[in-house]
Design a protein around this ligand. Structure first.
Ligand code: UGA
Length: 424
């Protein structure tokens, strides 16, 4: 099938490359001319396992190409995937202006039947709004579909090709047939819904996962006060199949460009429809408090943080990505700096991106150099490089393991003044 993918960020690029991998002919489109020029040469603008390989493979196979022209990208497309950004506005609701612009461009250029597929994460009822925008301009028959993505950064290629489920929201049999054909090569349960349910499935999924994390963080605070161990408690809780162990790891809280933005957006949707959002407001509060808790532990270990040197291991919002957007590690660094601390830091992939958002940080080549001369070390992102480092080589005594990577008994045996989250 011929498919256009509008927007070549994390979602659009992965979607395009993976749709090519399963046999479709893809034209990727973006307004960013430099990015498109790089992509045409096979240069992958993001750090994402398996993506550069797929890019090279399908530029070569001819199943993947890129253009800045919407007109060219949608010319023969049977499906047009909308993967443009929906960044948060000040009030937490998403900015839909990129989607609006793309609808106008499609309206001005589409000359044949196609399914316009909403993949960007948007509030419920956005597809209906997209439909009304398109209907104003389009003379041809068209359908709108909603096909939320559940891709995790770092494993997005794997997640696309081996999903737990594929959710497809449509209103007509014709659109359902096109969308079923898109995903026919992938072996996964397909759930067909209406447009609104598909939109809600995405926001509700991300909000629920965020709630699991905040729940674990809340319980971790109680563990610290009662001699219980959060890992053991969550192992016990998670063994119940109705609950599951995933996303119950206490630590520095969730970050990245999905959970914080999506929970805020979902809260604004709930409020707009006059539904009580206090459950999710508490999720956000607990998430913020978790970082403040780590600052408090630092103060317990060091007294005042003024002019103390703190080594922070990790800058990315989670391992295996170079993404630092709303990274708990970077936000923690800013909180520590506000208390007067001097920061040394390192990250296997995210240094360059961190340099763009953080000020006055001494960047180092690895954990050992970062720890040199530090009064305290904080493990903020659980990269495998840090999990497997030679602890004996770290020239630091005080250690906060904000991701509960190490064994407290062994760390104390090694002579560290060691603190972690929800464990003694
Ligand atoms: C998340 C969802 O997992 C994807 O399904 C979804 O498609 C994506 O958002 C999106 O909306 O695009 P992602 O943001 O890549 O994916 O990252 P996750 O792996 O979900 O982690 C999010 C944050 O939660 C990270 O900061 C991570 O460190 C934190 N986390 C995760 C915890 O603090 N504890 C846990 O137990 C799990």
């Amino acid at each position: 099938m011929k498919i256009a993918v509008i927007g070549t960020g994390y979602v659009g690029l992965t979607t395009g490359a993976c749709l090519a991998e399963i046999g479709h002919d893809i034209i990727g489109n973006d307004i960013d001319e430099q990015k498109i020029a790089k992509l045409k040469k096979g240069i992958c603008p993001i750090f994402e396992a398996g993506l550069p390989e797929l890019l090279t493979k399908h530029l070569k196979s001819g199943r993947l190409s890129f253009t800045t022209s919407i007109k060219d990208s949608i010319k023969d497309a049977e499906a047009i995937f909308i993967c443009v950004g929906t960044p948060p506005k000040k009030d937490g609701s998403p900015d839909l202006s990129f989607i609006e612009q793309v609808m106008k461009d499609i309206g001005a250029n589409l000359k044949h039947y196609a399914v316009i597929v909403e993949k960007s994460t948007v509030p419920v009822q956005t597809a209906q709004w997209m439909k009304s925008l398109l209907a104003k301009h389009l003379k041809t028959d068209f359908d709108v579909a909603v096909n939320p993505e559940f891709l995790r950064e770092g494993t997005s290629v794997h997640d696309f090709l081996h999903p737990d489920r594929i959710v497809i929201g449509t209103e007509t049999a014709k659109a359902e047939k096109v969308m079923s054909a898109v995903y026919a090569p992938i072996k996964a349960p397909i759930m067909h819904t209406n447009l609104e349910s598909a939109e809600l499935i995405k926001h509700a999924s991300n909000s629920f996962l965020s709630a699991k994390i905040s729940f674990a963080n809340m319980v971790s605070q109680l563990c610290e006060k009662t001699n219980a161990d959060i890992k053991t408690v969550m192992d016990g809780v998670g063994m119940d199949k109705r609950i599951g162990r995933d996303f119950l790891n206490a630590g520095l809280g969730y970050g990245g460009f999905c959970f914080p933005k999506d929970v805020d957006a979902f809260i604004s949707v709930l409020k707009k429809h006059k539904v009580d959002a206090s459950l999710l407001e508490a999720v956000v509060e607990i998430n913020e408090a978790q970082r403040a808790h780590v600052v408090d532990i630092a103060k317990e270990l060091l007294g005042s943080l003024k002019n103390k040197t703190i080594a922070v291991l990790g800058l990315a919002f989670k391992p295996n990505t170079d993404d630092v957007r709303l990274s708990p590690a970077c936000l923690l660094i800013e909180d520590l700096q506000k208390q007067g601390a001097k920061i040394r830091s390192t990250d296997p992939e995210a240094l360059e991106n961190a340099k763009k958002i953080l000020k006055n940080v001494t960047y180092c080549k690895d954990a050992y150099e970062t720890a040199e001369g530090a009064d305290l070390l904080i493990l903020a992102t659980e990269w495998s490089d840090f999990k497997t480092m030679d602890l004996k080589k770290l020239k630091v005594k005080k250690f906060i393991d904000a991701r509960n990577v190490f064994n407290p008994v062994e760390m104390k045996k090694l002579g560290f003044e060691y603190r972690s989250i929800g464990r003694k």
